[in-house]
Every structure is written in structure tokens, then in C-alpha cells.
Design a protein around this ligand. Structure first.
Ligand SMILES: Nc1ncnc2c1ncn2[C@@H]1O[C@H](COP(=O)(O)OP(=O)(O)OP(=O)(O)O)[C@@H](O)[C@H]1O
Ligand SMILES: [Mg+2]
Length: 287
């Protein structure tokens, strides 16, 4: 067993938040070492399973800054974002519109690079990789479910689903697409071009596409946002099933408090930073 390291009140081992200058930290001892936490939620998670938090997190964001520059206008979307994501967790990212949620998700999923700071995937700083290495690691590791489905409209539903496998050089087994479409109740529609499908059908197709390469980490940006509640719940059930029964790490951006309350860890984003209270407050995401 690795020797536990006291965190000296510098970084919350559970959520990854920088604790320096934060007053009133929670603390706990484990194997003779003292650990500090941003609040009672992280303390509780640690005490439930301290062993889990002795290793390196699956994903770690450290002091991530992201500045978008359009002409003379600069927008600081992320302003020193720190975060730990643990293998097998279901993490919900919540916060007001414009707070930086999608930007964080794009950083995690290697769709965009930080202006400064580091992003580690299993201990490797992925912010430093070149485009080709990033694209390869992205397609091997992540599945994306976004609010805009981004299906290619003139391709059939099954062709859209097969695309990431083709890019990754993987062979799809005979009959696999049929059985996957059957599972989501769309077998009859799988040969239709995607612009002929309803919003919910397109979203389900996009979900299959996200899962075709059997990704270790599934990222959803408001994955149920445009859907009626029945279809939305079905998609969510599928995602949560992949987390609970197949050990997939699931990170979902949402405005939905009910979804947040099903998760292992809530990350609240405000003004480009994670805030220390990992609860859902109505005013945070409606103000
Ligand atoms: N490509 C971009 N170019 C310029 N500014 C951007 C870009 N992407 C995001 N921003 C700005 O960065 C800030 C954070 O945006 P982000 O999309 O992360 O917010 P969000 O929390 O996902 O909001 P929403 O809930 O509305 O989706 C916003 O002020 C946004 O206008
Ligand atoms: Mg967004």
C-alpha cells in the first residue's frame, strides 16, 4: 500500500480545490495523517472510502485558465479551475449560464486547450500534447453526448454511429449496430438519414455514437436538455447504467437539480472557478 500523504491544507484530495486562504476547513485523520477538505461533503466522501483518495485521480485540472480572445475583447471563461475526477464516479457540473461549465468539459475531453495550467489524465499532462496525439487519445478515451447532436445530416443514423469506430480503425462486428439500435428502440429507423429523425431519435443515435468505441469516460453537456422528460429520462438512465454497472466514469453538465442529486460528486461552477460548496442551490444556476 502506498504511504498516505498529508495534504497540509493545500489541496482538497477529493474535489481538488485549492484550500490555501480558505477559512474553516474540515479535517480528518487516516493512518496517522491529517487531511483537510473544503467542506463537509468532501469530508464525508473521504471518510466513506479513504483508500480511494490515496491514489492519483483519473483526471486532474490544476490552475486552469482559459481566455477567449475575439478581436480586442477578452473573456476569461476559466479563472484558476482546480478539479479532481475519480475513476468510476458520476460527476455533475452545475452553475449559471456563462459560468464556464462547457469550457471545463471541453478541457476535460481534450476538445480545447487551456491558456495556462495543467490537465492530467492518469498522471500525464495532456495539455502539452500535440494535435495528433490529442486526437488519438481523445477518440480512445472519451465519448461525447452533447445537446447539439452534431450528427452528419446526410448520413444514415447507423453510418453516423459507425464513424468514430472507422476513425479509430476498429471493426464493428456483424449485427452489432442492429442490436444496439434495437436496444434504444430505433432499429426500424437506423437506415434513415439523420435529418429525417426527430430530436429525441437523433439524441439517442448520438448516444450510440458516443458509446461505439466503448469509452472509459463519458462526457455529457446538457445531454437531455432539448428532450421531453420521458426521452430525457431514458437517455439519463442509460448513462447512469453505464456508470453503475459498467464502471464508466460519467461527467455531465446540467441545470437539472434532480440529475445532480443522483451523482457521486457535484461541482458548482461560478465565474470560471469551482466553488467550495458541493450542493445544488437554486439561485446558483438560475441567477
Ligand atoms: N469560443 C468562444 N469564444 C469566445 N467566448 C467564449 C467561447 N466559448 C465560451 N465563451 C465565453 O466563455 C464564458 C463561459 O462559457 P461556457 O460556454 O463555458 O458557459 P456555460 O457555463 O457552459 O454556459 P451555458 O449554461 O449557457 O451553456 C462565457 O462568457 C462565454 O461567452
Ligand atoms: Mg454550456
Amino acid at each position: 500500500m502506498t504511504e498516505p500523504i498529508s495534504n497540509d491544507g493545500k489541496i482538497d484530495p477529493v474535489c481538488g480545490m485549492d484550500l490555501i486562504e480558505l477559512p474553516g476547513l474540515a479535517k480528518s485523520s487516516y493512518l496517522g495523517k491529517t487531511f483537510f477538505f473544503c467542506g463537509d461533503k468532501c469530508l464525508e466522501r473521504f471518510q466513506n472510502n479513504p483508500e480511494k483518495f490515496q491514489k492519483a485521480p483519473l483526471i486532474k485540472l490544476s490552475k486552469v485558465q482559459k481566455v477567449f480572445k475575439i478581436g480586442e475583447v477578452e473573456t476569461r471563461a476559466l479563472n484558476g479551475f482546480d478539479l479532481h475526477i475519480w475513476e468510476g464516479d458520476f460527476v455533475v457540473i452545475i452553475g449559471a449560464s456563462g459560468s464556464g461549465k462547457s469550457t471545463v468539459l471541453n478541457m476535460i475531453g481534450m476538445l480545447d486547450q487551456p491558456t495556462s495550467g495543467a490537465i492530467f489524465l492518469r498522471g500525464q499532462n495532456i495539455a502539452l500534447l500535440d494535435d495528433e496525439a490529442r486526437a488519438e487519445m481523445r477518440s480512445k478515451t472519451f465519448g461525447f453526448v452533447f445537446q447539439q447532436y452534431n450528427l452528419i445530416p446526410w448520413l444514415a443514423a447507423d453510418e453516423n454511429v459507425a464513424l468514430p469506430a472507422i476513425f479509430a480503425g476498429k471493426k464493428i462486428k456483424e449485427g452489432e449496430l442492429e442490436s444496439r439500435f434495437q436496444e434504444i428502440g430505433l432499429k426500424e429507423r437506423m437506415r434513415h438519414r439523420s435529418f429525417e429523425l426527430s430530436g429525441g431519435e437523433q439524441q439517442r443515435t448520438a448516444l450510440l455514437r458516443a458509446l461505439i468505441n466503448d469509452p472509459e469516460i463519458i462526457l455529457g453537456d446538457e445531454p437531455t436538455g432539448n428532450l421531453d422528460s420521458t426521452t430525457g429520462n431514458k437517455i439519463l438512465e442509460m448513462l447512469i447504467n453505464l456508470n453503475k454497472n459498467y464502471g464508466k466514469t460519467l461527467v455531465v453538465v446540467t441545470h437539472d437539480a434532480d440529475i445532480a442529486n443522483k451523482s457521486d460528486q457535484i461541482i458548482v461552477v461560478k465565474d470560471g472557478r469551482a466553488v467550495r460548496d458541493h450542493r445544488v442551490h437554486k439561485k446558483i444556476y438560475t441567477e
